[in-house]
Design a protein around this ligand. Structure first.
Ligand code: PEP
Ligand code: MN
Length: 289
């Protein structure tokens, strides 16, 4: 028998998730992710105020989103960039978490935010329905273990330099804690070559069917970070659903130009509604039955 570094989540090797042929459905409160209709997670890159997250929540819900996202602890390349409201201290972090919870509850959407370090795990677990481990932290096995122990669903994004095998190997740290509610996310890898790549990252959509063949786990696609370009989100969302993605994570804002982070890749709620409608059609035509 050939060894695999991800026995617990492997379709081939494990009985951990039951039936060999099954796909796992992750329950995030009332939302079922995996093995069904595509689940859309939308919201701003970063929460900037209570009014901002409340308005975005209302508008993305109207557009058809199921889950609400919003960053509070942002991973940034420069210490001089906006780091998220969580950087202002514990009180501000908790206040922003409270707004996220409030917005999710007001518009009946489970909420997700990124856990950037171990020290924030317990605080964030008190407020969110699914814990998000960002691309930069995919390799942080201590963070993975401590997030897994909260016994909440976990969203694990692929590092931009990671192979698919590494993504699956590291998700095994979560499964090994007895937490089966893992959602994987393809969000693009570092572009190759010396010339212009035209996109922020290279969205590896082949990862979607590969992950489905290799594991039981649902996988979503983030075309926002995957392209960095608002004008490409519609096309790549459609392509992701056609490839079998169980959902999408799409950054959205009523006025992307005023956003402190990732404005160029954020779609408006109207654009989001068009994306969701197209994805529903594609899913019913290409993936169902
Ligand atoms: C995010 O989703 O807010 C984010 C920072 O994405 P990634 O970790 O994929 O860069
Ligand atoms: Mn972002």
């Amino acid at each position: 028998m050939v060894e695999t570094p991800y026995k617990l989540i492997s379709r081939e090797y494990s009985r951990f998730f039951g039936d060999k042929a099954a796909h796992r459905t992750v329950h995030i409160r009332n939302v079922r992710l995996g093995n069904g209709e595509p689940v859309i997670c939308a919201g701003p890159c970063a929460i900037e105020s209570r009014a901002q997250i409340m308005r975005i929540a209302e508008e993305v819900k109207k557009a058809g989103a199921h889950l609400l996202r919003g960053g509070i602890f942002k991973p940034r390349s420069s210490v001089h960039s906006f780091q998220g409201l969580g950087a202002n201290g514990l009180e501000e972090a908790e206040e922003a978490l409270h707004w996220l919870r409030e917005a999710g509850d007001a518009f009946d959407m489970p909420v997700v935010t990124e856990v950037r370090g171990e020290s924030m795990v317990e605080l964030i677990a008190k407020y969110v329905d699914i814990m998000h481990i960002g691309a930069r932290n995919m390799y942080d096995q201590d963070l993975l273990v401590s997030v897994a122990r909260q016994q909440k669903p976990v969203l694990l994004k692929r590092h931009f330099g990671a192979s698919i095998e590494e993504l699956l190997s590291f998700s095994e740290y979560i499964a090994a804690e007895g937490n089966k509610d893992i959602v994987l996310c393809e969000r693009g890898i570092v572009p190759m070559g010396k010339g212009k790549s035209y996109t922020r990252y290279t969205l590896d959509l082949a990862a979607v069917p590969v992950i489905h063949k290799e594991t039981y786990l649902p996988v979503i696609v983030d075309p926002s970070h995957g392209t960095g370009r608002r004008d490409l989100i519609f096309d790549m969302s459609c392509a992701a659903i056609a490839a079998g993605a169980d959902g999408l994570m799409i950054e959205s804002h009523y006025n992307p130009a005023e956003a402190l982070v990732d404005g160029p890749q954020m779609v408006t709620p109207d654009e989001l509604a068009d994306i969701i409608a197209a994805c529903r059609t594609i899913h019913s035509q290409v993936r169902k039955g």
